[in-house]
Design a binder for this molecule. Sequence first.
Ligand SMILES: [Zn+2]
Length: 142
Amino acid sequence: MFWRIKEAFARFMFGRNGFDRFTFWLAVAYLLLGVVRSIVWAITKSLVIEAVFALLLSALFVYIVFRILSKNVYARREEERKFLIWWAPVKNHLSVIFKNMTDKERKYMVCPHCKAIIRFPRKKGVHSASCPKCRGPLTVKI
Ligand SMILES: [Zn+2]
């Protein structure tokens, strides 16, 4: 019985885009926006802002479902590729911010030349070094 449902689902999804990395981050954005919506509602109780959030979330939801079910896999792959090019440096910066908050032993930064994440021991002063990946000059103040 269960395998029949699974098979029918696989047949339905055949040739469709499915859940890719772009869709994953859209879903994360959807959840975060939902949290922001509740916080804003708790603070402002404004129906206008609530309506804007409802509209945004609905549009995002429709887009997520559209991407999963889309049969134009080529166009969806192209969107995903463009998103990942934009997202990679953003993700690096977010990761550095998170690591700097959690790791008290080391200081992290993004190389301005090649965007690699570089780690320094957390010793007070101005340090100069070269990036281990691209050999570009770096100065960091801790
Ligand atoms: Zn570098």
